[in-house]
Write a protein that binds this ligand. Structure first.
Ligand code: ADP
Ligand code: MG
Length: 627
């Protein structure tokens, strides 16, 4: 029999789609300073290069008055000539509202404005663009670089985002991808991707730290790896600390040495570019000399590694202080950490590496290029999600998600650090007789009271049939998809009335705010609990009082004048106690009310049984009891 006669037979449903070979899924690190794209095939990752063999795509976009869009190194080079047409660091504004960035708007290198809905708009080259549109331009270029390198279409990607990115920033990232014609297989946290690239999900369980010093931002995350799942135990960072600051220090020194009298933005930018070259050179060399040329004058500037180390010592020290804080937040000592992963181009600086090694008492993992490692992890995840592999990645929710209940108390539905995707449901009931609508208020955070957490969305479930308080069964479901986006739905179970929202807040939380929210919740845990208990006891007391009042209107005829008077007094005491802040008083008044109404309750019960039995034969009664 010749080989030609053999057919490939696939499992049902496993037959490859025609042309599937022409399409691949890639991993994209959409960075503040640089973006990187990689692919993994048969478990082997490869960072994709442009025609000039460069892997890093500066996240910089130059817009022309003629409508042209240039992305990457070529755009970065235009910063000097056309500063008003070039946008950089747009990632900082993803998912932010104009209110969030008011304080820093003046420091941004481009003009920002808010539109009617509070969304940020950037004015550049006579156009008004959103951060989503600008990020989409970067992603289009990233995709083009991948397709050029592969000779295949790359319409699907795993895209990484900082661990502290909230719903709004994640949604904005997905929207940008959609605009660029990319289907997002999943958004993955950057530290998680870096940990994956090192195969930590396959290795020993335990704590790992990811130290990420990029161009303009510093992030450190403490991850716990357990059964192949990474949980973010704690994060910290500084959104305004990175390699750019080192460039500033060096440029300042150079300009000072040159004793430049009149400085204009052009000269400063040129000095910064030279400084960056000097900095990157000193990673590999001990010393060097650089030229600065403008206004027809050339100056020479020498710098040694030792001088640079001294210059940046305070900056490195700051990152160490943040690392220690994150360890403390995560309840861990440096020696508890099994491994440290270095991420970000600035971790190439030898002094940075040494400081990390000193703090954790072990050499950090750095054999994968620190500015490519996130894209590599994303690529592996993309392969796992399309072709399949052993790497199963789960992320976790960064903050708890919950609902407002009576008394302004938060009922957490999904707890912080729950692996996603996840879905949880909880049943609630109506508080008042005849209540036909229920306001659902979705909040995010760790504190006990609604007012101390972040409000994500409100919606109303209406059309609930009028029933006695507590009779309606309203099931509220929270679903967080694999990208961390939340959908909340509410359904009245007896009637099937339903309502839902997808949570897309119009602006987000900064990393600092997020860290503060976590810190606050720990600091205030005790008083929050007391406030919660007080609020809960008031809700209970008021609910009982309402029920008694309702009973009085229906069955008040069962009572003597004296009995009625006693109950009225007890009700007044409950009202008074609920005005105050003494939980014991509320509980006592509530107990007293219960005692005062006990005979009444018994009489009502007798009447109820009698009513129920009227006209029921023995047969029926058994049936009823059995129901
Ligand atoms: P981001 O995550 O912010 O997009 P990257 O991880 O790409 O940024 O890091 C960019 C930063 O890394 C820049 O400040 C760049 O100067 C710095 N960097 C890159 N290579 C080196 C090097 N060899 N030595 C020192 N710094 C470097
Ligand atoms: Mg980065």
């Amino acid at each position: 029999m010749s080989d030609d006669l053999l057919f490939d037979i696939f499992e049902p449903g496993e037959t490859p789609l025609p042309h599937a070979d022409d399409e691949v899924a890639v991993g994209i690190d959409l960075g503040t300073t640089n973006s990187v794209v990689a692919i993994s095939r048969s478990g082997k990752p490869e960072v994709l290069r442009d025609a000039k063999a460069r892997t890093l795509i500066p996240s910089v976009v130059a817009y022309g008055l003629d409508g042209s869009v240039i992305v990457g190194e070529e755009a970065r080079e235009l910063i000097l000539d056309r500063p008003h047409d070039v946008v950089s660091s747009i990632k900082r504004l993803m998912g932010r509202g104009i209110e969030d960035i008011k304080a820093v708007a003046g420091q941004l290198p481009f003009e920002v404005d808010g539109d009617a809905s509070g969304m940020v708009r950037i004015k550049v080259a006579g156009r008004t663009l959103t951060p989503v549109e600008i990020s989409a331009d970067i992603l289009r270029a990233v995709r083009a670089q991948a397709e050029q390198a592969l000779g295949k279409k790359a319409p699907k990607a795993v895209i990484t985002v900082p661990a502290y990115f909230d719903d709004a920033a994640r949604t904005a990232t997905k929207d940008a991808a959609r605009l660029a014609g990319i289907e997002v297989l999943r958004l993955v946290n950057e530290p998680t991707a870096a940990a994956l690239a090192y195969g930590l999900d396959q290795g020993a369980e335990g704590l790992y730290a990811v130290y990420d010093l990029g161009g303009g931002t510093f992030d450190v995350s403490l991850l716990r790896m357990e059964k192949g799942v990474f949980q973010v135990k704690a994060t910290g960072g500084d959104a305004a600390l990175g390699g750019d600051d080192i460039d500033h220090m060096i440029a300042e020194k150079f300009l000072h040495e040159r004793s430049e009298a009149d400085l204009n933005p052009g000269k400063v930018k040129q000095a910064l570019m030279t400084a960056r070259v000097a900095k990157e050179c000193l990673t590999a060399r001990e010393a060097g000399e650089w030229m600065l040329e403008f206004d027809g004058r050339t100056s020479r500037h020498a710098l040694t590694r030792v001088e640079l180390d001294a210059m940046i010592a305070p900056l490195v020290g700051r990152t160490m202080a943040i690392c220690r804080q994150v360890l403390e937040d995560g309840g861990a000592a440096p020696s508890d950490v099994k491994g440290v992963v270095l991420v970000g181009g600035s971790t190439r600086v030898p002094a940075v590496r040494q400081a990390v090694a000193d703090l954790f008492g072990a050499m950090p993992l750095a054999n994968i290029n620190p500015d490519e490692v996130v894209a590599v992890g994303a690529a592996q995840q993309a392969e796992a999600l399309t072709v399949g592999s052993d790497t199963l990645l789960l992320d976790v929710t960064p903050l708890s998600l919950g609902l407002e209940t009576m008394g302004g108390i938060v009922e957490k539905v999904i707890f912080r650090n729950t692996p996603i995707p996840t879905a949880m449901a909880q049943e609630f009931t109506t508080y008042q007789d005849g209540q036909t609508a229920m306001m659902i208020h979705v909040v995010q955070g760790e504190r006990e009271l609604v007012s101390q957490n972040r409000s994500l969305a409100r919606f109303t479930l209406s059309g609930i049939p009028a029933m006695a308080a507590g009779a309606a069964r309203i099931r509220v479901s929270f679903t967080v998809d694999a990208d961390g986006l939340l959908t909340v739905s509410a359904r009245e179970m007896t009637t099937g009335v339903e309502s839902q929202v997808q949570v897309k807040p119009s602006y987000g939380l900064s990393e600092d705010e997020m860290a503060n929210m976590l810190k606050d919740s720990m600091e205030h845990a005790k008083e929050d609990m007391a406030a919660r208990l007080l609020a809960e006891s008031k809700v209970d007391a008021k609910r009982n009082a309402l029920a008694v009042k309702a009973a009085l209107t229906h069955d008040g005829d069962l009572l003597s004048k004296e009995e009625w008077g006693l109950i009225d007094q007890a009700l007044a005491k409950v009202d008074a106690a609920c005005q105050g802040t003494d939980r014991e008083a509320v509980l006592a008044a509530s107990d007293a009310l219960e005692l005062a109404t006990k005979p009444f309750a018994e009489k009502r019960m007798d009447r109820g049984i009698r009513k129920a039995l009227a006209g029921v034969s023995m047969d029926n009664l058994e049936k009823r009891v059995g129901e």
